[in-house]
Design a protein around this ligand. Structure first.
Ligand SMILES: Nc1ncnc2c1ncn2[C@@H]1O[C@H](COP(=O)(O)OP(=O)(O)OP(=O)(O)O)[C@@H](O)[C@H]1O
Ligand SMILES: [Mg+2]
Length: 539
């Protein structure tokens, strides 16, 4: 049962449209001024605590106001993106290395071809000199190029004056399909075609010109493309599937964070009995442990403070009871005696001394007024016969007093004939809460009707008269507490109500209805063990 009611203990601050239940366990509060809080949450129903302990102990980063605002990042997307970027960069690097190596190899092949062609031309010059060949056929590149040049290479011969005499190109292999445009563009950006490899052609110390071998850039690019196309596609597919795998793996790994968030939300809602579950992921397990420790400490602190408040209030009630008894027995008796004495003097002096008679009558009237005032004080301190007749009857008396003193307001009471056995302390606290609620309605609401109702909350499966708790409602049709349900700066009445409720382990909610008055709902649990103890102590 206690657990059920502890769930009712709400957060420090609620969005007002949800009309959440407010738990006022001791220590619940903002730990900052209500004005400041109201400025920050204009649409919430918030209740300040008189001591800022919780907030004060909280690390600065956890405090709602001071936590730095950071742009949140989706971990799955961000990690996947980073992995994809790194993999793509590696892919680009590998492609660049392949391009560089192919170009370097192409340079080497061009140098080999240039050496071969230069040697062949030397031989041709030797044959011409020996008369085995015709000089006008020099340089005969066709035969030379067919033997020496590779596909995609061009061989040109320049005479000593630098004029090109002949040139011959070998077409690229038919298998060297053209590379895609983007690849050619990247390759073109990285490598310039260059001037080719040059070798001098000399015979017996005389220079006849030079042979230049160059490669067709398109053919080179096509060859590079042919070589790296398949690894490139494979790597691309690997990156894509790796990204999907990483995304799914992270999403699965992070799934328990939903539980963490849900658990933390329950703690933030004031359910400090809630504990986060254990997690396989070490980081989440650590968070869970710390959050559970924190919740445990807050729960213990709240319980301690609740217990302390309860004790204080019980002491206060005992003191009031004692004071009421003293006032009633001492003061009340003496006033009654004075009154009787005054009546007797008045009677005796009627004949002989009419002047004394008037004074005696005044004395009687004064003592009557004092008795009335004493009765009011006694009612506030401890309603007459509270201990004898109990809560229901005392509430009836209270409503009668208000109805008699405020004729412009109708006070209605709805109580069952009996509430069953209530622990004594619970009964007096409920009475005090009702008392403050009615006083507030009479003082602040300017209402035409004020309703007070008390009803037992049936325990599920409970036998007989025992109730699980008591629901007390005080509602008026007055002006309410102002726009948005923001309470006006006031005294201690509402705060005392909250402290009493918290000490009883119950919950209280203030329902500000614009233009329809204020409704205060209190639920106080009645624990069977307390009831039994109380009944025992009475016998
Ligand atoms: N029924 C109500 N209707 C309208 N306003 C209310 C009502 N109850 C409380 N208030 C507002 O809430 C404020 C706080 O009430 P609270 O009982 O705490 O203090 P108080 O009545 O002003 O002083 P105290 O109770 O200490 O004598 C009040 O000043 C009043 O403005
Ligand atoms: Mg008040």
């Amino acid at each position: 049962m206690r657990h059920t009611f502890s769930k009712l203990i709400g957060p420090f601050c609620f969005p007002s449209p949800r009309k959440r239940t407010l738990g006022m366990a001791a220590g619940h509060g903002y730990g900052r001024s209500p004005e400041k809080h109201r400025a920050n949450c204009p649409n919430t129903v918030c209740y300040p605590a008189d001591e800022p302990e919780l907030d004060g102990d909280m690390p600065a980063a956890l405090r709602p106001d001071t936590a730095p605002r950071i742009r949140s990042v989706d971990l799955k997307r961000s990690l996947t993106l980073r992995i994809a970027i790194v993999a793509t960069a590696c892919l680009a690097l590998v492609t660049a290395i392949a391009l560089i190596e192919t170009h370097a190899e192409e340079q080497r092949r061009a140098a080999t071809t240039a050496d071969l062609v230069a040697k062949q031309l030397d031989l041709q010059l030797m044959r011409i000199n020996a008369g085995f060949d015709l000089s006008n056929r020099f340089p005969d590149l066709d035969v030379v190029v067919d033997n020496a040049a590779a596909g995609g290479q061009c061989v040109r011969f320049y005479d000593e004056r630098g004029e090109m005499k002949r040139g011959s190109c070998v077409g690229a292999a038919t298998s060297d399909k053209r590379a895609p445009e983007w690849f050619s563009a990247v390759s073109g950006l990285l490598f310039s075609p260059g001037d080719g490899v040059q070798r001098p052609v000399t015979y017996k110390g005389s220079s006849y010109g030079a042979v230049v071998v160059s490669s067709d850039p398109e053919a080179v690019t096509a060859r590079v493309w042919r070589e790296i196309k398949h690894p490139l596609i494979l790597t691309f597919l690997t990156i894509a599937s790796l990204s999907v795998f990483v995304y799914v793996a992270i999403a699965r790994a992070l799934r328990p964070t939903q539980q963490v968030i849900a658990g933390l939300n329950r703690l933030a809602d004031g359910d400090f009995s809630h504990r986060l579950p254990a997690f396989r992921l070490a980081e989440l397990q650590r968070i869970s442990e710390v959050a559970n420790q924190l919740a445990g400490k807050i729960e213990a602190t709240l319980a301690e403070r609740g217990e302390l408040t309860k004790r204080l209030m019980n002491i206060q009630e005992d003191e009031r009871r004692h004071l009421a008894r003293e006032l009633h027995d001492e003061f009340g008796q003496n006033l009654t005696a004075i009154n009787a004495l005054a009546a007797s003097i008045e009677k005796a002096a009627e004949q002989d001394c009419p002047d004394v008679c008037i004074e005696a009558r005044s004395l009687g009237q004064i003592s009557m007024r004092m008795m009335q005032s004493l009765r009011g004080t006694l009612l506030r301190l401890r309603p007459a016969d509270f201990d004898k007749f109990g809560l229901v009857e005392s509430l009836r008396q209270l409503v009668d007093v208000w109805s008699a003193s405020r004729r412009q307001t109708r006070f209605e009471l709805s109580v069952p004939r009996t509430l069953g056995a209530l622990p004594d302390n619970a009964a007096i606290h409920i009475f005090r809460i009702a008392q403050e609620g009615l006083t507030n309605a009479a003082k602040h609401a300017q209402a035409s009707t004020v309703r007070l109702s008390v009803e037992p909350i049936p325990a599920s499966g409970a036998r007989g008269r025992d109730a699980a708790g008591i629901r007390l409602t005080i509602e008026d049709d007055g002006a309410g507490r102002g726009a948005n349900g923001v309470p006006a700066a006031g005294g201690r009445g509402l705060l005392n109500m909250q402290e009493r409720v918290a000490a009883l382990g119950g919950s209280i909610s203030f329902d500000d209805r614009p233009d329809a008055g204020l409704r205060v709902r209190v639920i106080v649990p009645v624990h069977p063990e307390e009831r039994a103890a109380d009944e025992l102590s009475r016998h």
